[in-house]
Design a binder for this molecule. Structure first.
Ligand code: PAF
Length: 292
């Protein structure tokens, strides 16, 4: 399939009419193996895969990494071509936010956008939901695929689609990890070798926490925290933002009596790099009975 590149709304509209069903993979570029897996998943869901590449200023807070966020368009283009992407939408800021990024009307992420990751990054989820809705309105996909690595983002997009009757089916794709457990992220390329070693504490904390799931929520947090506390004393240190055991749909912290699916979410800074990770787990009152 020939890859069509659209940079403007007009080019996109002209291209859109020649495609049937579209599965959109929204990205901010700096594509890696995790994005490849989203694209491959999308390929099985619709006739055409569209990828958008747009570093969205609205979801970055003051002092965050908007200016240094990696922009690697030639490499991204090669990955899209290699993965059989049919449509690449790569708009400018002016195309997405004509006149000003400070639009009068935005999507509010509500209370859910102010907890867990939203408490660390005020306004972030409003920015994410606003640009995702704009991308949906422009690309008009039937399906959109997002990574479970950004679990709260995925839950919030599902919520937006349900609450605002957006006719797009949302699909979540499992996190892709390096062999040593580090979740793939475009921000990993900021890490120096010693910082990368410290960053491994996030996925280790998740695994230790998940192993304690049969003992209940408090033990899960305790086991995860033990790893994170140790990482706070290494050089370079991990500066923990949060570790939370939450309901996968609401992101409210679960109580000690909770039984059911949960997400163990963690975030912290290593050097100047903000990293997040999570693991889905199941909280049961007792270990599952052994089967013979
Ligand atoms: O996950 C991302 O890369 C971004 O938050 C998204 C969904 C493309 C919106 O800018």
């Amino acid at each position: 399939m020939t890859l069509v590149i659209a940079r403007t709304r007009e080019e996109l509209a002209a291209a859109r009419s020649s495609f049937g069903t579209i599965a959109l993979v929204p990205t901010m570029g700096a594509l890696h193996e995790g994005h490849r897996s989203l694209i491959r998943r999308a390929r099985g869901l619709a006739g055409t895969v569209a990828v958008s590449i747009f570093v969205n200023p609205l979801q970055f807070g003051p002092g965050e990494d908007l200016d240094r966020y990696p922009r690697t368009f030639p490499e991204d283009l090669a990955i899209c071509a290699d993965e059989g992407v049919g449509l690449l939408f790569a708009p400018t800021v002016e195309t997405m936010y004509p006149g000003s990024v400070e639009t009068a009307v935005t999507v509010s992420s509500g209370e859910m956008g102010t907890i867990v990751e939203g408490a660390t990054r005020p306004g972030h989820f409003d920015g994410v939901l606003t640009v995702v809705l704009k991308l949906f309105n422009l690309v008009r996909p039937e399906i959109a695929v997002f990574g479970e690595k950004d679990a709260q983002q995925l839950a919030m997009i599902r919520r937006m689609v349900a609450d605002l009757n957006v006719p797009v089916w949302i699909d979540g794709s499992p996190t892709v990890r390096e062999k040593d457990g580090l979740a793939l992220s475009s921000r990993n390329r900021y890490l120096s070798p010693p910082e990368r070693v410290t960053a491994l504490s996030l996925s280790l904390a998740l695994r230790r926490g998940a192993a304690a799931a049969p003992d209940g929520p408090a033990k899960v947090i305790k086991a995860a925290r033990a790893v994170l506390d140790e990482a706070a004393d290494t050089d370079p240190p991990l500066e923990l933002d949060y570790v939370a055991l939450v309901d996968p749909t609401t992101f409210e912290e679960v109580g000690e009596e909770y039984v059911g699916p949960a997400v163990l979410a963690v975030a912290g800074r290593v050097g100047s790099t903000h990293l997040i990770d999570n693991l889905p787990l199941y909280l049961a009152p007792e270990p599952f009975p052994e089967t013979s």
